[in-house]
Design a protein around this ligand. Structure first.
Ligand code: SAH
Ligand code: SF4
Length: 406
């Protein structure tokens, strides 16, 4: 989400006559986009700000602006703490640099990449007990369907071949709009766009994902067989304390519905380790759950209390830091093994790769299941679909060669 917003902000600034300086040292104007979803992210913002304050001492004309979720409602105390910052813009409300008013949904013109992001819904109504997002990004606001389709068309005209629809909870898309369009409706419209090859969306919520969406994934040929379905914990006790609104039985039901309806679907998930009250036995349940479910990838984070959230107010952060990082490493090691086994199974098979560019001296792209794939070839494959026969596999990427028989 932040990467997409940063890209949009820089595209807009360039359109208004700014040009990239390359480094903050050389820039006349620095706009810092911030994330505070975890304490570690927030610390990085604070360190970056301290460095910018230091630069400003020797270059007092430098203008510094801060946006993203670090900007809380209490701008008075932010101003006091960072007096060298000239402007504070709340997340999704950075100004239009051409001085038109900022649109309510915070959606700005995008720069087209072969794979391009489109935000479809801002904010979140869920208030999971650990999460700061609803406090900093506000309640859900969907973008009108027609506006999204028009933006997708423009991006495709400018060279996009894949669209990734973004939202904290894409399954909530449209409930606040006239006619209540849903994500499936949006996918149907986008599936008709000539020149567009692939559609993905991020992130789903197990409490809200519908059978209708699963059927759309299966029937719409441009929608890739891949999604992120964050489970967060492997025990009903912790899920209830997190206020996630589903139990493991429901989650497993969804996973099996997905796997039967959408053959070969790749499912990734998010896990928080060290949530308050997660003793060793409960953590073991998470490991067991991951072992049994066999996700394609797991994004794992150590719990950190976030200001203003229910968990920070009501629950003691009772898992020691060393224990949290031990658990994180265990999840990572387990997942590396599972991912390695899954990747090895792909050796010898053919995958369709949308080529995004060159990396490490090879063509690089992703499979429909979102696996990074590398291959060598002397033609120009940029923006094209390649059929690649997989020859080597590691946990996180695949290497192969162009398959001419395809
Ligand atoms: N909307 C998505 C995720 C949003 S936040 C969902 O419902 O899952 C992205 C990820 O950051 C979360 O999946 C969670 O794993 C992590 N995260 C959020 N708050 C956190 C906290 N207080 N401590 C540690 N990780 C956190
Ligand atoms: Fe945060 Fe929960 Fe909303 Fe995801 S669904 S953004 S975890 S409150």
């Amino acid at each position: 989400m932040n990467r997409a917003e940063s890209e949009r902000l820089s595209a807009m600034m360039e359109k208004c006559g700014f040009s990239p300086a390359g480094t903050p040292e050389k820039a006349d104007f620095v706009l810092l986009n911030s994330c505070v979803v975890r304490a570690s992210a927030e610390n990085r913002v604070v360190n970056k700000l301290a460095y910018l304050g230091h630069l400003k001492k020797s270059d007092p004309e430098k203008v510094i602006a801060l946006t993203g979720c670090f900007v809380s409602d209490d701008t008075a105390s932010l101003k006091k703490r960072f007096p060298f910052v000239n402007y504070f813009f709340p997340a999704g409300h950075a100004p239009r640099f051409d001085e038109a008013p900022a649109p309510e949904t915070g959606c700005l013109p995008a720069r087209a990449g072969i794979s391009s992001f489109i935000p479809i819904i801002q904010g979140c109504n869920n208030f999971c007990s650990y999460c700061i997002v609803p406090y900093r990004r506000g309640r859900e606001v969907s973008r009108p369907l027609a506006e999204i389709v028009t933006e997708a068309k423009t991006l495709v005209e400018r060279g996009a071949r894949e669209i990734i629809l973004l939202g904290q909870n894409v399954d909530s898309y449209g409930h606040d709009l006239d006619g209540i369009p849903d994500l499936s409706r949006l996918l149907e419209e986008l599936n008709r766009l000539d020149g567009l090859e692939r559609i993905r969306f991020l992130t789903n919520h197990p409490k809200d994902m519908s059978s209708r969406l699963i059927r759309s994934m299966a029937s719409l040929e441009k929608v890739c067989e891949q999604l992120n379905l964050p489970v967060q914990a492997g025990s009903d006790k912790i899920l209830a304390a997190m206020g996630r609104g589903y139990n493991l039985a429901r989650f497993m039901e969804l996973v099996s519905e997905l796997r039967t309806t959408v053959p070969g679907v790749a499912i990734t998930t998010d896990i928080i380790v060290g949530f308050p009250g997660e003793d060793e036995a409960l953590f073991e349940k998470t490991l067991k759950f991951l072992e049994n479910t066999r996700f394609d990838a797991v994004h794992v984070a150590m719990y950190s209390p976030r200001p203003g959230t229910r968990a920070a107010r009501e629950l003691a952060d009772d898992v020691p830091a060393a224990e949290k990082s031990g658990r994180l490493k265990m999840v990572e090691a387990l997942q590396a093994r599972i991912a390695m086994e899954a990747s090895q199974n792909l050796v010898g098979s053919r995958v369709e790769v949308l080529v995004e560019g060159r990396k490490k001296g090879k063509w690089y792209g992703r499979s429909r299941s979102d696996k990074p794939v590398f291959f060598e070839h002397n033609e120009n494959w940029l923006g094209k679909l390649a059929s690649v026969k997989i020859e080597h596999a590691s946990s996180w990427s695949l290497v192969g060669s162009i398959d001419n028989e395809y």
